[in-house]
Write a protein that binds this ligand. Structure first.
Ligand SMILES: [Zn+2]
Ligand SMILES: [Zn+2]
Ligand SMILES: [Zn+2]
Length: 188
């Protein structure tokens, strides 16, 4: 092993060590993703049934939906959880082989105030006001809002806070991808 690869090896081990050191050093699951047009009309229940019938290591499958202008739109992207430390490179679906990419979880974002960096379920909860997904107003998103689009995450008009083209979302997502590659980004 060269000095550089030894360094990377140590670096990797450091990052992969769970905080709770009673846990095993390796995760026994992994998240992957596939793109499928054929499965676009399937429910989550049908997805998991289909994928599990053809692949023994899949324990969960869920479609990723996007929100556009306040509407939820299904995408071709399906995330899969596998009961092994590294997801397979290919899985079978409807007798076709699909290549599996690594699923990067979305950035941490509060479902109450719509700000990044915390969950509403964090200890102590979120003490900020509710913010509407659509208009950013101080009301929850439970009722259908007809107000003009205004994103409370980046404070810009023209899109809601769930829009995947939100500049703040894109910046946070890039940070997550870089973190996956083990770069240190202090501002993330
Ligand atoms: Zn919050
Ligand atoms: Zn609203
Ligand atoms: Zn935004």
């Amino acid at each position: 092993m060269t000095r550089l690869s030894q360094h990377q090896h140590n670096h990797k081990q450091h990052h992969d060590t769970p905080r709770n050191n009673t846990e095993e050093n390796t995760r026994n699951f992994s998240w992957g993703k596939i793109f499928s047009h054929e499965l676009l009309t399937c429910s989550d229940g049908e997805l998991i049934d289909q994928l599990q019938s053809e692949n023994e290591h899949i324990i969960l499958a869920r479609r990723i939906n996007r929100t556009r202008d306040g509407d939820t739109v299904p995408t071709r992207l399906i995330k899969i959880k596998c009961d092994m430390p590294t997801h397979p490179t290919h899985i079978l679906c409807l007798h076709e082989s699909y290549s599996v990419g690594t699923f990067i979880p979305p950035p941490k974002k509060c479902s109450k105030c719509k700000q990044y960096g915390h969950w509403v379920s964090d200890s102590g909860g979120c003490r900020r006001n509710w913010r509407c997904d659509r208009c950013g107003g101080s009301h929850d998103s439970g009722h259908s809002c007809e107000a003009e689009l205004h994103c409370s995450s980046c404070n810009q008009a023209g899109h809601g806070s769930n829009d995947r083209d939100c500049p703040k979302y894109l910046k946070k997502r890039d940070c997550r991808i870089k973190l996956r590659k083990k770069c240190f980004i202090p501002q993330c």
